[in-house]
Design a protein around this ligand. Sequence first.
Ligand code: GDP
Ligand code: MG
Ligand code: ZN
Length: 310
Amino acid sequence: MQKGRILNLCGGVYKVLLEDGSIISVKARGKLRYEKKYMVNEKSLSKKEVLTTVKNTPKVGDVGVIENGMIDHYLERKNEMVRPDIANVDQILLVFAAKEPDFSFYLLDLFLVNILKQNITPVIVISKIDKLNDNEFFELKSKLSYYENMGYKVLYVDSKHNKGIDDVREVLRGKITVLSGQTGAGKSTLINAVVPGFSLKTQEISQALGRGKHTTRETSLYPYLGGFIGDTPGFSKLDVLGISKDELASLFIDFNGYTCKFRDCNHTEGIKGCGIHLAVDSNKILRSRYESYNKMYKEILKKWKYLYQY
Ligand SMILES: Nc1nc2c(ncn2[C@@H]2O[C@H](COP(=O)(O)OP(=O)(O)O)[C@@H](O)[C@H]2O)c(=O)[nH]1
Ligand SMILES: [Mg+2]
Ligand SMILES: [Zn+2]
């Protein structure tokens, strides 16, 4: 029996990095698994539970157990990213430009919520710091120190002049990492500064015939400093659809330190005496975090109203 990390899947053939450092190409035994899924009837919008069979196939990021020259099964997953389709991602390098495009705290919060929802640790990387003057840099840093206090790593880089790149290398050590962030944020430039020659594939999304049709591209993990880097960036566009209004507050982890005396409070603006609102007013919770929360809450309500017409 051998064990190894799946680096790539192409036409049913897996490339697996074994513990002795060698890479082998193998297929997986086809096993079927039963799963309960919800189907939504598009006309009546009613939901029903159905039992479906899904192929229980290993994917990139899995630790495959090889028996008789085939992957027999894989070890339990810590998490599963959908785009890119990778299991066991330890962290997402969330790349945000300090400028060009302008820094948006709302977008940062939106990315964070989506990453936490997937049970992955974010590392915030601020790129293009060479585009800020001293005052602007100081201001951004002091605001982002709030996020460091929340427990997130925040790194500052200028990929053009190789500043802060070693810190990024250290963060990658021993971890499975995927990059994420808006188009133009500086992901490709950053990863090329870290690993010269690394090519980051773009995910092509075509809005053919009004339907979200996307051509998913093959994803690979590259071994680096005892860890792995995904060669396809994660979500660059996102929204709040996968998140319910009731779980939103739990994804704002800085809110968790404060109690609200109201039962079933949604902590949105205009609720007098709400514990979260009070923490904002006494400058314990960053106001822009609260604004992000309110904006996302409204977005979620809007989306669900549209979907279910209530
Ligand atoms: N001045 C400066 N420009 C950068 C930096 N990082 C990226 N850029 C530029 O920003 C633009 C977008 O970068 P790119 O890496 O393609 O972004 P991606 O879409 O996230 O992969 C390119 O013109 C880069 O040359 C940086 O640290 N400093
Ligand atoms: Mg790019
Ligand atoms: Zn409240």
